[in-house]
Design a binder for this molecule. Structure first.
Ligand code: PEP
Length: 252
């Protein structure tokens, strides 16, 4: 049995005081959820990681970064290293989010190096792949997923702890989610690729769906056999909605 994952990506939102009230509300809303039921990961902007860690205290919430640089250290003004993130107490890092790939032109090679940096610094990468609308309309979904995934897996040791996420670009922040059966098909395909590379470890690796998840649709995704969790953007900004997503997702 793979433990379910509920990950929140706050993107460029929230302040320190908003983080404080968010956690107060979120921990209150989720107090009935046993810590062993799932992994809950909140990824605030980097500057808010220490505040989030203080607020999460010894609750069941772990903290992750949204991005890191692919080098250990150096002259990269404005960037943040995996070592800094780990040192701040975070345990996870999103790598290859489509907003990074598209807006900041991150290549699969950069994403792989980021994932390697994360692992070398004891952060679990949440490695995202997904096709654009254009690629989907051209029926290139599986090809794109395969390309992005293989590029990253090639650089990672199979014994490492990683989480994968299928995030179709056209479903992120649009309010239009994938159909659960299409997400299941894409994620089953990702698991097949992992099996071809890493054998039976494919049964252990957790693969999430992300793209316009909300309290009303999460259960349908979580009921799919290969979907082990969700990565939530917009709806995770509301503490009550994110708590409800976890509660509904656990019912599936
Ligand atoms: C995301 O940013 O990873 C995401 C899935 O966003 P949203 O839930 O807003 O589509």
């Amino acid at each position: 049995m793979r433990k379910k994952v509920f990950a929140a990506n706050w993107k460029m939102n929230m302040t320190a005081s908003e983080t404080k009230s968010y956690f107060r509300r979120f921990l209150n809303e989720t107090e009935d959820i046993p810590a062993s039921a799932c992994d809950v990961i909140i990824c605030p902007p980097a500057i808010l990681i220490p505040q989030a860690i203080t607020q999460a205290d010894d609750s069941f919430v772990a903290i992750g970064a949204q991005n890191i640089h692919w080098e250990e250290e150096g002259a990269y003004t404005g960037e943040i290293s995996a070592r800094m993130v780990r040192d701040s107490g975070a345990e996870y890092c999103i790598c290859g989010h489509s907003e990074r790939r598209q807006i900041f032109e991150e290549s699969s090679e950069m994403v792989t190096h980021k994932a390697i940096q994360a692992l070398e610094n004891k952060l679990t990468p949440i490695l995202c792949v997904g096709e654009t609308l254009f690629q989907r309309d051209n029926e290139e979904t599986l090809e794109v997923i395969s390309e992005q995934l293989l590029a990253s897996l090639a650089g990672i040791d199979e014994t490492e702890d990683i989480i994968l996420a299928y995030e179709p670009v056209w479903a992120i922040g649009t309010g239009v989610s994938a159909e659960p059966r299409d997400a299941q098909e894409a994620i089953a395909y990702m698991r097949k690729i992992v099996r071809e590379q890493w054998g039976d470890l494919a049964d252990e690796i957790r693969i999430l769906y992300g793209g316009s998840i909300k309290p009303s649709n999460v259960e349908a995704f979580m009921a799919c056999p290969d979907i082990d969790g969700v990565l939530v953007g917009g709806a995770s900004l509301d503490a009550r909605d994110f708590a409800e997503i976890i509660q509904s997702g656990l019912k599936a």
